[in-house]
Design a protein around this ligand. Structure first.
Ligand code: FES
Length: 101
């Protein structure tokens, strides 16, 4: 695992996300209820990016067709059982955010 700097803390507002790219991986970083979370950015339905989705607590809604994921666990919460996006640890160092990928 390697630490990758992905954003300044100020770049991700409360209940918002930002998509970052590390090598070929597209990852969505969210800030909600005072914590940062990171999951694979692409929705398993039709590859919509989850980063611009509406965030409510630990839940993000895909902006394309409204599938819902838990940003802490990566779990899909509706339609298909057993779908789980990869989650990544977000590390805060000063004003910067790093992902352990
Ligand atoms: S692409 Fe996410 S719900 Fe369709």
């Amino acid at each position: 695992m390697v630490l990758h700097k992905v954003a300044r803390r100020s770049e991700i507002q409360e209940n918002k996300g930002k998509e970052v790219k590390i090598e070929n991986a597209r990852i969505a970083v969210f800030y909600t209820k005072g914590k940062y979370y990171a999951i694979d950015a692409l929705c398993r339905h039709q590859d919509g990016s989850l980063a611009p989705g509406r965030v409510d607590g630990e839940i993000v809604e895909c902006p394309l067709h409204s599938w819902h994921y838990n940003v802490r666990t990566g779990e899909l919460l509706d339609y298909v059982k057993g779908v789980k996006l990869t989650t990544y640890e977000v590390i805060i160092k000063g004003n910067d955010l790093y992902l352990d990928v």
